[in-house]
Design a protein around this ligand. Structure first.
Ligand code: 5AD
Ligand code: SF4
Length: 457
């Protein structure tokens, strides 16, 4: 039978993704939902029949960027009849009305929970329905209405949990993504098997609070499945060589999950575990629900479970009321743990969050100064870790061709990008390489196998 999607005239879809990996996943799913309507991806906005900006509201800069990008899209739309512009994601959720007011040429505004309805919205916009706005938190989980995603290469993201009930005082996520929701384990396992059948060797489980995962068990007996159990189930899938998960909260770092790091070899020895601050006073003010000592205890337990465990984190400088002593406590925590990669930000007041209303805001130049000091230490830790890798042999997963002919890029167990000269036919394989050099953010390697004959000759 003829593929019905082939009967539809091809149209081009450009999606720009801002922010986190969850948005990267969502953008892929939006492309999947629109494929049956004849939309094929393009990487050129001026070529596109439809442009989606999949936005991030986490900090002010990210949100403002959307409006400047919309300004650039306006003449494109004026020049191309029928072009559809959609704003999706968290800015759309939080500022839907403002978008339609500031940029009336936008056709569709949709939140992160309604993109399964995109075909309907596109139909309405095409019929001339001005300003389709859908920022509901629908009762039906969107996952039930999405087509099964296809693997695109050896690494894949799989969204297992969404939303957040933690209400850290600085964060907009509980308002833009809504309440915590965990997908049923059976659906996740089915999706994972499909991705592996399509060539994925590594799956990264995604969620705003991924380790708070508490889905129905695969037999739907009413029992609750934890992330640790899910990881153990995923580890049974033949061909799935690597499992990762992000982003976690220290409060949900249960002993069963820590134990999984010790005895599930597919679970990679690198964890992104945001701490935000090393000061107990600031952690309490942020409503994080743990102390610096609690965090350090988790790290000790993780390293006891798996000795080569490495960590990355998120930090905020200049949270309201942060003193020099509070900042020093953060620096002390960084020195104690030793991170191999991190994200750090100046505190950015977000409308509607409790911290934005606090009077004792830290001046911007002090936030910046602390950010620079903190980043210097984090950069030095990254360099030290990378330098210490030289001479070691790792298994890397080859993921794509590099910038130079003959070069292939892979990922180490610690998520470092590694360059090696290899035939692209090996992409998708996990191969042992010896690290021989360090670049700013990547490593250079040679095939360990190729070295062996020479060494024994
Ligand atoms: N200001 C600065 N950084 C923030 N983050 C979240 N909200 C804010 C804010 N208002 C950071 C946190 C979080 C990461 C995703 O973004 O560090 O872990
Ligand atoms: Fe935001 Fe805190 Fe929830 Fe993370 S845990 S998404 S920082 S509210």
């Amino acid at each position: 039978m003829e593929d019905p999607t082939k009967l539809v005239p091809r149209k081009k879809l450009f999606i720009k993704t801002y922010g986190c990996q969850m948005n990267v996943y969502d953008s892929g799913r939006m492309a999947d939902v629109l494929a049956p309507l004849g939309y094929a991806p393009t990487d050129q906005p001026d070529d596109a029949d439809m442009v989606i900006l999949n936005t991030c509201h986490i900090r002010e800069k990210a949100a403002e960027k959307v409006f400047s990008d919309l300004g650039r899209l306006r003449p494109l739309k004026a020049a191309k009849e029928g072009m559809i512009i959609a704003v999706a994601g968290c800015v759309a959720q939080a500022e839907g009305a403002e978008i339609t007011a500031r940029a009336p040429f936008v056709d569709i505004v949709l939140g992160p929970q309604t993109y399964h309805r995109l075909p309907e919205m596109v139909a309405r916009a095409t019929r001339g329905g001005k300003g389709v706005l859908d920022t509901e938190f629908p009762a039906e989980p969107k996952f039930d209405f999405l087509p099964a995603p296809r693997a695109e290469g050896p690494t894949a993201f799989l969204s297992i949990q969404e939303g957040c009930d933690k209400f850290c005082t600085f964060c907009v996520v509980p308002y833009t993504r809504g309440a915590e929701y965990s997908r049923p384990a059976a659906d996740i396992l089915r999706e994972a098997r499909g991705l592996v059948a399509g060539g994925a060797r590594e799956i990264t489980l995604l969620g705003q609070n991924v380790n708070a995962y508490h889905g129905d068990d695969p037999a739907r007996s009413g029992a609750s499945w934890t992330l640790a159990r899910l990881i153990r189930d995923l580890a049974e899938i033949d061909g799935l060589a690597r499992i990762r998960y992000t982003t976690s909260h220290p409060r949900d770092m249960g002993d069963d999950l820590i134990a999984a790091h010790g005895d599930v070899p597919q679970l990679m020895p690198f964890l992104h575990l945001p701490v935000q601050s090393g000061s107990d006073k600031i952690l309490a003010a942020m409503n994080r629900g743990h102390t610096a000592k609690d965090y350090l205890n988790i790290i000790d337990k993780l390293r006891a479970a798996r000795s080569d465990m490495t960590l990355s984190s998120d930090f905020i400088t200049g949270y309201p009321g942060e003193t020099d002593a509070d900042f020093d406590a953060t620096m002390e925590l960084i020195n104690t743990v030793g991170f191999i990669q991190s994200f750090s930000f100046k505190y950015s007041p977000r409308p509607g969050t409790p911290a934005a209303g606090i009077k004792a805001q830290v001046p911007d130049d002090l936030k910046t100064e602390r950010l620079h000091l903190l980043q210097q230490v984090l950069d030095a830790q990254l360099r030290t870790f990378n330098t210490n890798c030289v001479g070691k042999t790792f298994d890397i997963l080859l993921t794509n061709s590099g910038r130079y002919p003959g070069q292939v890029v892979g990922r180490s167990p610690y998520l470092q990008p590694v360059h090696v000269m290899a035939d692209p036919k090996h992409i998708g394989s996990i191969v042992p390489v010896k690290i021989v050099s360090v670049e700013a953010y990547s490593l250079g390697a040679v095939w360990a196998d190729a070295l062996e004959p020479a060494a024994s000759a």
